[in-house]
Design a protein around this ligand. Structure first.
Ligand code: PHE
Length: 366
C-alpha cells in the first residue's frame, strides 16, 4: 500500500514538472495506457478475493482518478501556454504602409471579350463554350470538311499523337466553329450564341501567333436570311467601335461550313498615316480591311448538328478578337499581347473597375 502511495506521489510530481504537452502524454501512456501501471493494478482486482477487492478497489480507483485529473489540468495549462506563445509571435503590424494602388491591369484581349459579351447580350445572345482540345469530327468533319478536304491542310493543325476512345484524331481546335456543332447537339434550336475563346494554329510572325483568340456567332431559327446577318454585324461593329459611320462591304467568299459565304470588310480612313475604322473605304483617304468571315449555315452542318435543315436556317460568323483589340485600341504588334511585359500591360491594360457597359460606353479607358 505504501508502495502505491509513493507511486502516486511520484507520478503527480512528474505531471507537475512536465514542460510540454508531449511529456504529459508520455506520463499518461505509462500510467493509464494499455500497458500502464494503473491499468495493471485495475486488472489485478479480477484475481482478488471479494474482501481484498472491497478494501483495495477504492484505493486503486482513487489513484486512477487523481492521476487522470492531474493529467487533464496540466495539459490544459501547457496548451494554453503554447497558444499564448503563438499569439505573441504571430503579430500583424497594422501600422505598415498599404501597397501602392492599383496593382495589375486587365489585358486588352480580356477587355474586348467583355465588351463583345456585353454588346451581344444586348441583342439576346448567350455565351457558349467548348473544349480547346477537340477531336477532328467536331473541328472538321461536322463542319463539312471530310478527311480528304483541302481546307483541313490550310489550318496548320496541331495534332496529338494518340486518338481518343472512338478512334478520332485529337487536336488543338483551329477555330471556334466546333462550338456551333456542340451547341446545336446539346441545346437544339432556336439558338442565338457567341463563343469566345482560344484557338491554335502552327503559325508565327508579326501578325500571327500559334495561339490566338476568336469569337464565333451562331443564330439558328426559322426564316433567317442574309439580311439578318448584315444587320447583326453592322449593329455589333457600330457598338464596338462606338461610331455610327461604320460602312461594311460584303464580298462573296468560301467556307465549307457556310453557303453562301461572305467576307466582311470595314471601311477605314487614314488619319495621320494610321487606319481609323469609320467612313466608306471608297473615299479618297480611305480603304477596306477584312474583319470577319461569315455566311448562311450550310445545310449539311445543320444536319450534323442534329437539326432538320428544311425547318431551321441560320447564319454564323467568326472573327479574331486580338485583331479587333488592335484595331480599336491602336496596338500594332500582336506578339506583344503574349509577352507578359509589365510595362506593356501597365500602358495598354485596363483598370479593374473599368467594366464595359453599353450605357457607360463599352470601352471607356479611365
Ligand atoms: N471559322 C472561320 C475561320 O476560322 C471563320 C468563320 C466562322 C467563317 C463562321 C464563317 C462562319 O476562319
Amino acid at each position: 500500500m505504501e508502495q502505491l502511495d509513493q507511486q502516486q506521489t511520484e507520478t503527480l510530481a512528474a505531471i507537475a514538472d512536465a514542460a510540454t504537452p508531449d511529456a504529459v502524454e508520455a506520463i499518461r501512456v505509462a500510467a493509464l495506457g494499455k500497458q500502464g501501471w494503473v491499468s495493471a493494478l485495475l486488472k489485478s482486482l479480477g484475481g482478488m478475493t471479494p474482501e481484498q477487492r472491497t478494501s483495495e478497489g477504492p484505493k486503486i480507483q482513487g489513484v486512477r482518478e487523481a492521476v487522470t485529473a492531474a493529467l487533464a489540468s496540466r495539459k490544459a495549462v501547457l496548451e494554453s501556454a503554447v497558444l499564448e506563445a503563438r499569439l505573441a509571435a504571430e503579430t500583424v503590424d497594422l501600422s505598415l504602409p498599404a501597397p501602392e494602388m492599383p496593382k495589375g491591369s486587365i489585358h486588352p484581349v480580356a477587355q474586348v471579350m467583355d465588351e463583345l459579351a456585353e454588346i451581344f447580350a444586348d441583342m439576346g445572345f448567350a455565351v457558349a463554350s467548348g473544349p480547346e482540345i477537340e477531336d477532328d469530327w467536331h473541328n472538321f468533319t461536322a463542319l463539312n470538311m471530310p478527311e480528304t478536304h483541302p481546307a483541313r491542310a490550310m489550318h496548320d493543325t496541331f495534332y496529338f499523337p494518340d486518338k481518343d476512345a472512338d478512334g478520332r484524331s485529337m487536336l488543338l481546335r483551329t477555330h471556334t466553329s466546333p462550338v456551333q456543332i456542340r451547341t446545336m447537339l446539346k441545346e437544339g434550336a432556336p439558338l442565338r450564341i457567341i463563343a469566345p475563346g482560344r484557338v491554335y494554329r502552327s503559325d508565327s510572325d508579326a501578325t500571327h501567333t500559334p495561339m490566338f483568340h476568336q469569337i464565333e456567332g451562331l443564330v439558328i431559327d426559322k426564316g433567317i436570311h442574309l439580311g439578318h446577318l448584315k444587320w447583326t454585324l453592322e449593329t455589333f461593329l457600330k457598338a464596338f467601335f462606338e461610331r455610327e459611320d461604320i460602312v461594311l462591304r460584303l464580298r462573296p467568299s468560301y467556307f465549307p461550313f457556310t453557303e453562301p459565304s461572305v467576307e466582311v470588310d470595314v471601311g477605314y480612313t487614314l488619319v495621320g498615316g494610321k487606319r481609323v475604322v469609320g467612313g466608306s473605304g471608297d473615299a479618297a483617304d480611305g480603304g477596306w480591311m477584312e474583319v470577319l468571315g461569315s455566311g448562311m449555315v450550310n445545310r449539311k452542318v445543320i444536319e450534323f448538328g442534329g437539326l432538320d435543315p428544311d425547318e431551321w436556317q441560320g447564319f454564323a460568323f467568326g472573327t479574331g478578337v486580338d485583331r479587333l483589340a488592335m484595331l480599336k485600341y491602336g496596338l500594332d504588334d500582336l506578339r506583344a499581347f503574349f509577352d507578359g511585359d509589365a510595362r506593356w500591360l501597365g500602358h495598354y491594360g485596363f483598370g479593374a473597375l473599368d467594366v464595359p457597359t453599353l450605357s457607360g460606353g463599352v470601352g471607356v479607358r479611365s
